[in-house]
Ligand binder design. Structure first.
Ligand code: NAD
Length: 375
């Protein structure tokens, strides 16, 4: 264990209920908070599911206008509805976009949120909100948006198509990896992040093999919660800064963008964060299960992640997600400006552009020494 001599850590106040079938306890959880007038929030697609789960919840209105990345006009409409029906609690049932819409209501009204997540994005475990206006995404942190209660029911994620589930699970894995070098990292958050990796890697292989495997679905959801708890404390590292730039400017699909970028950021930092890379390797592939002990923690962690991606058939290229090649210069400038000052390896423009070019084209990730050897 490293870094235990001096750190600051904040534990976030939230009740977590976890287990197959436990979404049946939603009404009791809303009552526990004293909720008498609930605003239900879901997508149109998940409206039927939301209404079934909300049986017994005192719903006074159902907002189904959720859209990706919470456009400001969607937040405004949801807030207006909450005010019109005099809601005293917001119940969100859905993925990160739905949770984000509920958070946007909490941000201006202070209403408590009860979240029932149906993807592995992890927004429900963070006090981070996001809003989009005119192709620019703004995010902020406010304790008032952190859901008071989260009900995790792996049965609800069985309907998540396997490719979306894999991308979403890799979004969770990205929370873990980035937490190891993010600005407010500490040993408690490292423990959460690495336990999340130990849960996510086998569970993702499990859902790739069989999307109906409930134990694997539960592993993904458990890992998602832990990963987001680590990210909530550690803040955004280089990986999240890159994805924020790409998602906000070119409106790329959130989870798949995280999935594509992650191996490249790990390769970028690995040799300059060798202890973190070593522990990540051990979490991805426990020593007992590894065929050989390779050449160095940095390169080996990248290779282990690539093996996971191969097994999952994970997305590899930003060009397939809608990023134009002509956007690489602008993306480089935005990423360099946003990169955390204490990233393990300085984010200089040439190196960042090379990283983005590889992620755009679908080329394999390259570490610092591999990059030097290729010159
Ligand atoms: P999403 O919520 O947009 O959902 C993606 C798609 O999956 C939608 O079409 C949705 O209807 C569908 N879906 C959701 N659950 C399903 C299920 N169980 N079965 C079938 N279909 C299902 O995507 P997401 O990746 O969950 O969330 C992305 C958003 O969350 C982004 O806006 C991102 O910025 C935000 N986010 C925020 C935080 C934070 O801490 N604030 C963390 C992670 C993600």
């Amino acid at each position: 264990v490293t870094g235990t001599t001096s750190f600051a850590h904040e534990t976030l106040p939230q009740r977590v209920v976890f287990g197959a079938g436990r979404s049946g306890e939603l009404a009791a959880e809303v009552a526990r908070l004293g909720g008498r007038r609930a605003l239900l929030v879901s997508t149109e697609q998940e409206a039927g599911l939301a209404e079934r789960l909300a049986v017994g919840v005192p719903v006074v209105a159902h907002f189904t206008g959720v859209r990706p990345h919470v456009p400001v006009e969607v937040a405004t409409a949801a807030r207006a509805l909450a005010a019109e029906v005099d809601a005293d609690v917001v119940v969100s049932i859905g993925g990160g976009s739905t949770t984000g819409t509920a958070k946007s209501v909490a941000l201006t009204t202070g209403l408590p949120v009860v979240a029932v997540p149906t993807t592995y994005a992890g927004s429900e475990a963070t006090p981070v909100w996001g809003l989009t206006e005119a192709a620019r995404k703004t995010t902020g942190t406010d304790p008032v948006v952190l859901p008071r209660t989260v009900v995790y029911d792996p049965e609800l994620t069985v309907t998540l198509p396997v490719d979306l589930g894999i991308a979403s699970g890799l979004n969770a894995l990205a929370h873990c990896v980035d937490s190891l070098w993010a600005p407010r990292r500490n040993p408690i958050l490292d423990a959460l992040a690495l336990e999340a990796v130990r849960a996510l890697a086998p569970a993702l292989r499990g859902i790739a093999a069989d999307g109906d495997d409930l134990e694997a679905r539960a592993g993904c959801l458990y890992g998602a919660y832990l990963s987001a708890s680590a990210f909530a404390g550690a803040g955004a590292g280089l990986h999240h800064k890159i994805c924020h730039v790409l998602g906000g400017t070119w409106d790329l699909p959130h989870a798949a963008t995280h999935a594509v970028v992650l191996p490249h950021v790990l390769a970028f930092n690995a040799e300059d964060a060798a202890p973190a890379a070593g522990r990540l390797l051990e979490a991805l592939e426990p020593r007992s299960a590894r065929a050989d002990v390779g050449t160095g923690a940095g390169t080996d962690a990248v290779a282990a992640l690539v093996r996971l991606y191969d097994d999952l058939g994970a997305p590899r290229a930003l060009r397939d997600l809608g990023l134009p090649e002509t956007g690489l210069d602008e993306a480089t400038a935005l990423v360099v400006a946003a990169a955390p000052a204490d990233n393990p390896r300085p984010a200089d423009p040439a190196a960042v552009r090379a990283l983005l070019r590889r992620a755009w084209s679908g080329a394999g990730p390259v570490t610092r020494s591999q990059e030097r050897n290729a010159l």
